[in-house]
Design a protein around this ligand. Structure first.
Ligand SMILES: *[C@@H]1O[C@H](CO)[C@@H](O)[C@H](O)[C@H]1NC(C)=O
Ligand SMILES: *[C@@H]1O[C@H](CO)[C@@H](O)[C@H](O)[C@H]1NC(C)=O
Ligand SMILES: *[C@@H]1O[C@H](CO)[C@@H](O)[C@H](O)[C@H]1NC(C)=O
Ligand SMILES: *[C@@H]1O[C@H](CO)[C@@H](O)[C@H](O)[C@H]1NC(C)=O
Length: 469
């Protein structure tokens, strides 16, 4: 509606006309490779006669003939007849041109023209672009730490066509700029530099150069490790503020980093020479036995090719290892206390376990019987007390497996130890079972005595009597 009819008409007409000659708008190729410039003029009607096929190249605003074919004549190649340029088929319908090997100078705009009757000349236009893969490199520059912005890394994409785009990936503060140089063969070398204020922190950091170019399927990433030279950064370690008289093996260590790596360390005092009692071992200053001469300030100088850094450490020699004593005393006290507490806890736990393993006594009962069969639950060591026996002697409990060698303390009865232990050993094979040497009769039912005797013979079932007071 807004578009004039005449415009639409002429647009349609031009499409129809350009469609008559079939060409590709753009053809690309690499130097040394082959390029095929397709150009077809399909015979749409027998009334149309083609009299000549011509390829021309636009050069400096003028058209130069590249290839010409007339029936009854050999194809002719006025621009370059070395054989590099030829027709694919020698035909009046197919003017496809082959250029091989490609040169950078072949780039340009080509016109394929068919001379026809009765319509006159019909043509198609093809742009030939020659591509060149660039050679990409990146490197850091050795720079010295400073206050001004300087290039710290360079990335180059050489001899590319079309020119590459270069950017940098980094978290470091900086910027980059690039420049292009067109080479004699038409390729372009792009150089990008990354600029920043060189700091020690940036040393050994990695930044990445990213190169994008038409011939690269994916951008090429080249990592670069920065190198910033800086003078040594020095600290003195080892002083614990507790150098006391006669302390042995007091050591100061001078720690330094730098680029290049510092190699030379030297120690001194404000007055110059070191006290005779100290030894220098490279980056270490060793005092075998602290004395008053060490009551001074020590200076460490560290040097690399960028510079020298000096750091001081003042040593205060104390008469006594005050802090160590108190802290060591606290530690020792804590240790002893802890061990004592553990021992007490252990004793308590042991006592409680023993109590638990003893069957709860029936208060006030003189006769509490327990039968234990086979390898059942660990029996408690028990005692028998017989009020009417000839002696008011408690009998020693034979230790079970659970408490080997455990003596029953005050309940032991030396006179009976031997036979009880013998029996105990035998019974231990059956299980941790208490063996009692009992006086028959008094206080205990005789049946248990019988059981007891039987068990001792067959070894599998033990019955015993326990009376706990
Ligand atoms: C042109 O040559 C190709 C092979 O070289 C062939 O396949 C094709 O048919 C030819 N076209 C014409 C029109 O001669
Ligand atoms: C950097 O600048 C500071 C003050 O801005 C100055 O003290 C220092 O000497 C400068 N360092 C160098 C290497 O120029
Ligand atoms: C980047 O810019 C600086 C200053 O403008 C210039 O000296 C330098 O040559 C430029 N670098 C490149 C690679 O063009
Ligand atoms: C070390 O020097 C300080 C003063 O610098 C002094 O107070 C201290 O008593 C000195 N130590 C010894 C052991 O002489």
């Amino acid at each position: 509606m807004g578009v004039p009819r005449s415009f639409v008409f002429w647009s349609l007409l031009s499409v129809v006309l350009t469609q008559r000659v079939k060409v590709r708008n753009e053809v690309t190729g690499y130097v040394g490779d082959e390029a095929m410039l397709q150009c077809l003029f399909p015979a749409t009607s027998p009334d149309i006669k083609v009299s000549q096929v011509t390829w021309m190249k636009e050069m400096g605003g003028k058209k130069q003939n590249v290839a010409v074919y007339l029936p009854d004549h050999k194809p002719n190649f006025p621009l370059d007849n070395s054989g590099r340029i030829r027709f694919l088929n020698v035909s009046l319908q197919d003017a496809t041109l082959i250029i091989q090997p490609l040169r950078m100078s072949d780039e340009g705009t080509y016109v394929c023209e068919f001379a026809t009757y009765p319509h006159g000349n019909e043509d198609g236009i093809t742009t030939l672009s020659i591509l060149a893969r660039p050679t990409n490199t990146a490197e850091s520059r050795k720079v010295v730490v400073g206050n001004t912005t300087i290039p710290v890394a360079i990335c180059t994409s050489a001899n590319g066509k079309p020119p590459a785009h270069i950017k940098w990936l980094t978290t470091l503060p900086g910027s980059y700029n690039a420049s292009e140089v067109t080479n004699g063969d038409g390729t372009v070398t792009v150089t990008s530099q990354f600029n920043m204020v060189p700091t020690a922190v940036a040393d050994q950091q990695q930044i990445t150069c990213v190169i994008s170019q038409r011939t690269l399927a994916v951008p090429e990433n080249i990592p670069v490790t920065l190198s910033v030279l800086y003078p040594p950064q020095v600290t003195i370690d080892g002083y614990d503020d507790n150098w006391y008289m006669s302390r042995s093996e007091a050591v100061l260590r001078c720690t330094a980093k730098g680029n290049p790596k510092p190699t030379h360390y030297s120690w001194s005092t404000p007055s110059g020479p070191l006290p005779p009692t100290v030894q220098v071992q490279g980056d270490r200053l060793v005092v075998q036995s602290v004395d008053v001469a060490v009551n001074t300030t020590f200076i460490c100088h560290v040097t690399n090719s960028v510079g020298t850094t000096r750091v001081e450490q003042t040593v205060l020699v104390r008469e006594h290892p005050m802090r160590l004593q108190s802290s060591a005393g606290a530690v020792a006290g804590g240790l002893v206390g802890g061990i004592l507490a553990l021992a007490l806890l252990g004793a308590l736990v042991f006592f409680l376990l023993r109590r638990r393993r003893t069957r709860p006594p029936v208060k006030g009962a003189y006769d509490s019987s327990t039968r234990v069969f086979g390898n059942g639950a660990a029996p408690p060591p028990s005692l028998i007390y017989r009020p009417n026996s000839e002696l008011d002697r408690p009998l020693r409990a034979t230790p079970g497996e659970g408490a080997p060698g455990e003596q029953s303390g005050p309940y032991s009865y030396p006179g009976q130890r031997h036979e009880e232990e013998e029996e105990g050993e035998r019974l231990d094979e059956v299980g941790p079972i208490l063996q009692l040497s009992a006086h028959p009769g008094h206080g205990a039912p005789s049946g248990y005595e019988d059981d007891d005797m039987e068990s001792q013979h067959d070894g599998s079932i033990i019955s015993k009597t326990a009376v706990y007071v």
